[in-house]
Design a protein. Structure first.
Lengths: 147, 211
């Protein structure tokens, strides 16, 4: 009798441990179940240089979503799909810009909200975008521009 | 009888022709933009307006043309972003005026420096009510500066609401600046700042014309 009780407690403990481990890996790995919360919007950029799946999407420095996927659209543009938290409304004149944290930090998407009455629906598109400025290209252009 | 049939056929054909020509003519944002840019270039090349003391007339002429192709109120609205909704109609009107003055100060006065740079039109992409016209400015040093005009359709006209130089958006730039000023002080402070700058500019201009 005493033995069964000990075994039971040990069993529960193991199960609890496994559940905790599962929870941790989901939380830390930022795995989203069944598509996760929020809604998807897309944005086409001439170039995404350095942006990765999982990069942050921020408004005023606050994380409001993540980059779900990056693919090639027609005309060789980069099509970025963003997952935006439910409750965050984006006006159709919102601007999505790819920015760098600090001088050489990671890339993220900054959305500056607009003043339009129209809201971008789920699976809609952010039409106003700004690609990252390629400093190297800019510098070389103005140094070597003179032929 | 045959004549009536013929007449009907001809008018039907005419209607079809009108229908096909109509949207096509309006659907070419590049043509409309090009027309206005050429008008600006002509104004700048006008020897009569090139005289020293006519800089102001010249700038006003350029601004008038700019008003035909730019929608300053749309640009102002987009630049103010979320703060636009909180403004009263009177405040909006005032802001649009101050904003157009700001653009005139910062861009139209720069246009005076135009020195025969070439403008290349690299096609446009129309997407529903919005379009982007890609252009390149070729400087005397032979370097290319990409300038994209974001336009939207208003009836059968296409109007510019944003300009991207080297991929950097003008609206985005002003939106960030305005937002910062409004968040750290207030909208009233922003208006005051814009008014002071405009007054200073006018004062400088007056001194220049006098001297």
């Amino acid at each position: 009798m005493e033995r069964t009780k000990v075994n039971l407690v040990a069993g529960f403990f193991v199960i609890f441990g496994l559940l905790a481990l599962g929870y941790l890996s989901i939380k830390l790995g930022r795995v989203s179940f069944l598509g996760g919360g929020g809604y998807l919007v897309t944005a086409n950029f001439p170039s995404v240089g350095g942006l990765k799946t999982g990069s942050n999407v921020e408004i005023a420095g606050v994380e409001v979503g993540r980059v779900e996927s990056i693919g090639l659209a027609k005309d060789y543009e980069a099509q970025v799909t963003l997952r935006i938290s439910t409750g965050v409304k984006l006006q159709d004149d919102s601007i999505a810009s790819i920015k760098t944290k600090g001088l050489i930090g990671e890339k993220y998407i900054r959305i500056s909200p607009g003043g339009s009455e129209k809201i971008i629906p789920a699976n809609g598109r952010i039409r106003e975008v700004e690609a990252p400025v390629d400093l190297e290209e800019l510098i070389s252009k103005y140094i070597f521009g003179k032929v | 009888m045959t004549r009536t049939v013929l007449r009907v056929a001809v008018s039907a054909l005419a209607a079809v022709a009108c229908f096909t020509i109509g949207p096509a003519a309006a659907g070419v944002p590049t043509d409309q933009l090009k027309g206005q840019i050429n008008r600006v270039l002509k104004t700048l090349a006008d020897p009569d307006l090139k005289k020293e003391n006519r800089a102001k007339d010249r700038r006003q002429a350029v601004r008038r043309i700019a008003e035909d192709i730019f929608d300053f109120s749309e640009t102002a609205k987009r630049s103010l972003g979320t703060h636009w909704n909180q403004r009263t109609p009177a405040e909006r009107e005032e802001f649009v005026r101050l904003f157009s003055d700001l653009l005139e100060r910062s861009y139209i006065s720069k246009i005076e420096l135009y020195n025969g740079e070439k403008i290349q039109y690299a096609g446009d992409t129309v997407d529903g009510e919005l379009a982007v016209v890609h252009t390149k400015i070729i400087t005397a040093q032979n370097s290319e500066i990409p300038v994209d005009y974001q336009m939207y359709r208003k009836g059968d006209r296409w109007l510019v609401y944003d300009v991207k130089i080297e991929g950097v958006s003008m609206v985005s730039n002003y939106r960030t600046q305005f937002n910062k000023i409004i968040r750290t002080s207030s909208y009233q402070e922003l208006v005051k700042k814009m008014k002071t700058n405009q007054d200073e500019f006018r004062e400088r201009e007056r001194q220049q014309t006098r001297s």
